[in-house]
Design a protein around this ligand. Structure first.
Ligand code: GLN
Length: 492
């Protein structure tokens, strides 16, 4: 079969269980596509054909023996921020260029236990700091919809790999938008779960109170399958929550769009820099949901102006602390011929970290320094609480909140935005992480340059099933999620 990459996760699972094709054939198909097409997209940092084929053989044996799970034998790609035993994990940084983890992240362990086949590790902004994936030490990844554009970031490799059909689905992480924004730029569905829903164990830490892993795929249904595998409490992550996990696939039709109250924050649609096409496509998608029975309710989110400054204090503060472990001594990059210990620290870190990571470490260290701690860090924490309360108040009157995922479509590679321009592009996604809420991106059309536009739906705590279900029903009534970039149409 030459069109295995067109099948949804449900179709792949059915095909495997009915022995229409084997996991080995499916895995070889994807490996061939990667070999032929990824030189144009550059989504993979590391491809692992040997391990993938061994896992595929094991999956075929399990399928034959009748002890397969729902997803046994289906391939996926992991963002290069998840530790993988025996395979390099770089987090897009030169400082981890030679790092091979001695253990698997819990998410990886769970995908392996479910019989999923790992194709490799995909590109990302260095330490997940960025919105374009250009800050990776291996270089930029291309947006499959326009190869001279970025796929977004930081999970840009995950988004590009799926959008080019170089993986059926992928894992991503989202600290301030890194699942939703690349999903938006690449025309995919991506879910950022409630903080604590998915284990952070073995995920290279950026900002620990904000980081959360989630699925990136073509549809809400495909995302639901991966959520069923990765969600759940983990004794190895003290911030993961002991709470029953939904069956996200079984719940896909459980939320009725009829009667659903969707909050439209006044402040969000007057943001300077909101692209007209993005605004128009998002409004059309809301009209569609209205036709399907939802009610649109105008709401106030008065803290909107505080999102970017609050996040860009708290995230760098936590990053400066998390990244202090890269000292050139224990693991990772070490400079040549250090004169003494101070020289070893200094040069290993200044040669190993890229400019954006260094900027964040400096900002964060400054915000945490004794003289400024109260003025910056403590104040940001207080504002963070107000942002959370703003959402909770809104959820007294509405079921979900709608917004664009990003104010624009994908930028050109090398557009070289200033740090503040880039940070402002995160305006719609950051508050969700500050509040710890779940949110989803769904593709809702294209701009005048044929680049994808995304709608974001923000839910109350633990509403992942509801968000997936709403998007699933939207996708039953529209076909944006079925559109494919030209490169995905190519056969290997
Ligand atoms: N763009 C944001 C940042 O640079 C968010 C990144 C993320 O979610 N990892 O911090």
């Amino acid at each position: 079969m030459t069109d295995l990459h067109r099948l949804s996760i449900r179709e792949l699972a059915e095909g495997l269980s009915q022995a229409k094709f084997s996991s080995r054939e499916l895995t070889e198909h994807y490996l061939q596509r990667i070999a032929k097409l990824d030189s144009q997209v550059k989504s993979y940092v590391t491809v692992t054909p040997e391990q993938a084929l061994a896992e595929a053989n094991a999956a075929d044996a399990a399928l034959k023996a009748g002890n397969a799970t729902a997803l046994t034998g289906i391939p996926l790609a992991h963002k290069d921020i998840f530790c993988t035993k025996g395979i390099k994990t770089t987090a897009g940084s030169k400082i981890l260029d030679n790092f091979i983890s001695p253990y698997d992240a819990t998410v990886v362990e769970k995908t392996k236990a479910a019989g999923l086949v790992t194709l490799g590790k995909v590109n990302m902004d260095e330490f997940a700091m960025g919105s374009t994936s250009e800050s990776s030490y291996v270089g930029a990844t291309s947006n499959p919809w326009a190869l001279d554009h970025v796929p977004g970031g930081s999970s840009g490799g995950s988004a590009a790999a799926v959008a080019a059909d170089l993986a059926p689905f992928a894992t991503g992480t989202d600290t301030g938008g890194s699942i939703r924004q690349p999903a938006s730029f690449c025309g995919l569905t991506g879910l950022k779960p409630t903080y604590g829903r998915v284990s952070r164990f073995g995920i290279i830490a950026y900002a620990s109170s904000l980081d959360q892993a989630g699925p990136m795929a073509r549809s809400a249904e495909d995302c639901a399958y991966l959520m069923n595998v990765i969600a759940g409490h983990d004794a190895k992550d003290s911030t993961s929550v002991k709470k029953e996990v939904d069956d996200y696939v079984a719940n896909l039709s459980n939320t009725s769009v009829k009667g659903l109250r969707i909050g439209i924050p006044k402040q969000y649609f007057n943001v300077a820099g909101l692209d007209e096409d993005v605004k128009a496509r998002v409004e059309e998608s809301l009209k569609k949901l209205e036709e399907m029975g939802a009610t649109l309710v105008e709401i106030d989110l008065n803290m909107t102006e505080a999102y970017v400054p609050t996040y860009y204090l708290i995230a760098p503060a936590e990053a400066s602390s998390n990244l202090s472990r890269y000292d050139g001594v224990r693991y990772g990059y070490r400079c040549e011929n250090p004169a003494d210990l101070m020289d070893l620290y200094k040069r290993s870190r200044s040669e190993g970290f890229g400019p954006e990571v260094q900027r964040r470490i400096l900002i964060g260290t400054y915000a945490l320094s004794a003289g400024y701690y109260d003025a910056y860090y403590v104040k940001a924490q207080k504002v963070r609480r107000l942002i959370q309360q703003d959402f909770l108040k809104a959820f007294e009157n509405v079921d979900v909140i709608a917004a664009p995922s990003a104010p624009t479509t994908a930028y050109k590679i090398g557009a070289n935005l200033s740090p503040t321009e880039m940070y402002l592009g995160d305006i719609y996604t950051l508050a969700v992480n500050l509040a710890g809420l779940p949110a989803i991106n769904a593709p809702v059309g294209f701009d005048k340059d044929s680049l994808p536009v995304g709608l974001q739906l923000i839910g109350n705590y633990w509403s992942e099933s509801q968000l997936l279900s709403i998007v699933h029903q939207y996708q039953q009534n529209t076909d944006w999620h079925t559109k494919r970039a030209a490169i995905a149409e190519e056969n290997a």
